[in-house]
Design a protein around this ligand. Structure first.
Ligand code: EPZ
Length: 419
């Protein structure tokens, strides 16, 4: 299994491009199942999760052409298999996103229940209940969700709690349903908005994406189109924290600050200098000691849960005490015990982490537990004195494209070793 070795103490300097958003790519790939015409997606990141989703589409019968530079072209005219098998779904729970499109266009789907993961039980009851409200007959047996529907019909669906992929799944299903669907308390994430833009390009009739109420008027069929995936806001903010904790000065390109209001505000509170330049460029530097920032994760536009682990590293190196509260997932502090091995002083009480800043971290062997936790270990290694060896780095590859190459380009001493 690959490991990553980071030798800290180098202030990051230079310019790197941000990749397309993983959490916009996965629903967009699933949405191609809604049409039999060709769809072209560009700015696709090269990530394990994207490869997994393409594999899943291939099993459904999609014809996929990948062009390294230009993206991916998908032809779903021959889709004839409606099963998402356990061996794929267990490696990537976002596979559930094919359920809405398959039921909407083919009237059936057989999706393995994703099961839990490191950060929480992560049920999919809202996805299932929403489809039932739209008229699907759904049974759960032998670990599979079996859904059937002649034609889905519009419904009013209240989502509680706010669910990103639940909103996406039901929005896709509603696009081909008979009549109007209203999603109340819908997720407002930029990736939901980007999916709605993509679906409307295919001929869907969706209003209100980005607000808590999304209205979808179903149509008979959707057509092929092309779409460019939005930049990855979580990758962007992860590199901002990397600049902060190494007191570096970096410029990020091909990105978009608009969806990062809350993280940028918190980083500025901590003393990080952030210059939003034109054409998707953001310059980030941290000349002064970091100040502690308190935060609470919540659905967009609040502070993203996917950045909580990264901010724990920043606060661990800030001058003072801070409090970070995780309200979205029930078990998303797995990285704390690993950060403590590096000398962080973090005290967890339930879903609250009390962070006492230390003046330095010391490198040590640590283990990645989930995608964003593994990114926080890389950040800690960049700041720590000595070498940090991170095992189980397959977690990182799920969500960060060539992270060690991008960090090397910024002057980090970081290598990947296999075996
Ligand atoms: C999406 O996961 C993201 N994944 C996650 O990113 C992200 O952390 C999460 O949204 C929250 O922002 C993708 O977009 C592929 P949820 P999702 O449904 O949709 C509960 C990453 O690192 N819930 O918004 O699975 C759930 O348990 C990943 O890129 C139900 O109770 O998250 C959680 O407490 C990690 N029933 C809360 O809602 C349901 O049917 C939010 O989960 C669905 C969700």
């Amino acid at each position: 299994m690959d490991k990553i070795i980071v030798r800290g103490g180098h202030a990051l300097r230079g310019t790197i491009p941000i990749s397309g958003a993983k959490n916009a790519t996965l629903p967009a790939l699933a949405a191609t199942l809604l049409t039999g015409e060709r769809v072209h997606l560009s700015n696709i990141p090269h990530l394990k999760d994207v490869t997994t989703m393409l594999e899943l589409l291939g099993q459904h019968g999609s014809a996929i052409t990948i062009d390294e530079k230009l993206g991916v072209e998908i032809d779903n005219s021959q889709v004839n298999n409606f099963r998402a098998p356990y061996d794929l779904v267990r490696t990537m729970r976002a596979s559930i996103l094919v359920m809405g499109p398959l039921v909407a266009r083919h009237g059936q789907a057989e999706i393995s229940l994703p099961g839990g993961c490191a950060i929480g039980s992560r049920p999919v009851n809202l996805h299932i209940e929403g489809l039932r409200k739209m008229g699907a007959q759904i049974s759960l047996d032998e670990g599979y969700i079996r859904a059937k529907a002649k034609r889905l019909r519009g419904a009013r669906i209240y989502l509680n709690p706010v669910t990103v992929t639940g909103t996406e799944n039901l929005m896709m299903a509603a696009a081909l349903a008979d009549g109007r669907t209203v999603l109340e308390n819908a997720a407002r994430e930029p990736e939901v908005t980007d999916l709605a833009i993509f679906l409307n390009k295919m001929g869907a009739r969706i209003q209100g994406a980005g607000t808590s109420t999304i209205i979808i008027d179903g149509v008979e069929e959707l057509r092929g189109t092309q779409h460019r995936i939005i930049p990855d806001r979580i990758e962007t903010a992860t590199f901002m924290v990397a600049a902060a904790v190494t007191h570096g000065d970096i410029t990020l390109t091909d990105t978009d600050a608009e969806s990062l209001e809350s993280p940028i505000q918190k980083l500025r509170e901590s003393g990080v200098v952030i210059e939003i330049q034109d054409a998707g460029r953001i310059r980030v530097s941290a000349p002064d000691p970091l100040l502690p920032v308190n935060l609470e994760t919540c659905p967009y536009p609040g502070f993203p849960t996917d950045l909580q682990a990264q901010m724990l590293v920043l606060d661990s190196l800030a001058q003072g005490v801070s409090v970070i509260t995780e309200t979205v997932f029930e078990n998303r502090f797995m990285h704390v015990s690993e950060l403590q091995r590096l000398g962080a002083d973090i005290r967890v009480h339930g879903n609250v982490a009390e962070v006492h800043g230390v003046d330095h971290l010391l490198g040590a062997p640590v283990m990645a537990t989930d995608l964003r936790a593994s990114a926080s270990l890389v950040l800690a290694g960049l700041a720590a004195e000595g070498a940090t060896t991170i095992s189980r780095v397959y977690h990182i590859d799920r969500g960060y494209e060539r992270i060690e190459e991008k960090l090397q380009a910024l002057g980090a001493d970081i290598q990947r070793t296999s075996g």
